[in-house]
Design a protein around this ligand. Structure first.
Ligand code: SF4
Length: 157
């Protein structure tokens, strides 16, 4: 039976914004769309194949199988460390990788968790930098207003 992705019937204008590169001028709205995209991927019947494809094509942007680039790289790294032989020139590589991902769902969960922590740390560091810069310029220990308006990337997943 042929299975298609949950995103297959989304209009292109929506799927580009949900699963495509991070380039919307309105970060808040893109963040909400991204969060919805990740939830849809979680229920997708071809998630493992999609994730394997995203890893194979080395797309630097977007969401595949519910994961952004760094988490996709982490999945491959963990699989290779566990003994999975990855040869992008092997015509069966994508299928083998998808099967490996299906058989080892914990590596996807671990990659997602690691990315989540990384985003949290990045966001905290960026907030601290802005706070320090604002404190230096005003001489007052007051958080800049922009810090409270930006999307909470740490809750993306
Ligand atoms: S896992 Fe892939 S095919 Fe499925 S909804 Fe997500 S992006 Fe679409």
């Amino acid at each position: 039976m042929f299975l298609k992705g949950e995103c297959a019937d989304f209009p292109g204008s929506w799927s580009d914004r949900m699963w495509g590169p991070d380039d919307l001028p309105n970060q808040r709205s893109q963040y909400d769309l991204r969060r919805a995209a990740v939830r849809i991927c979680e229920a997708c019947p071809v998630r493992a194949e999609c994730l394997a494809f995203g890893i194979m094509v080395r797309d630097q942007y977007g969401i595949y199988g519910g994961l952004p680039l760094r988490a996709r790289r982490q999945v491959l790294k963990t699989a290779q460390e566990a003994g999975f032989r990855f040869d992008p020139d092997d015509p069966t590589a994508a299928r083998r990788l998808a099967r490996y991902i299906r058989e080892n769902p914990e590596i996807v969960a671990a990659a997602r968790e690691k990315e989540c922590k990384r985003r949290k740390t990045e966001q905290r560091n960026a907030r601290q930098q802005r706070w320090r810069a604002a404190t230096r310029s005003t001489g007052k220990a007051k958080a800049p207003a922009a810090a409270t308006q930006e999307p909470m990337q740490d809750t993306l997943f």
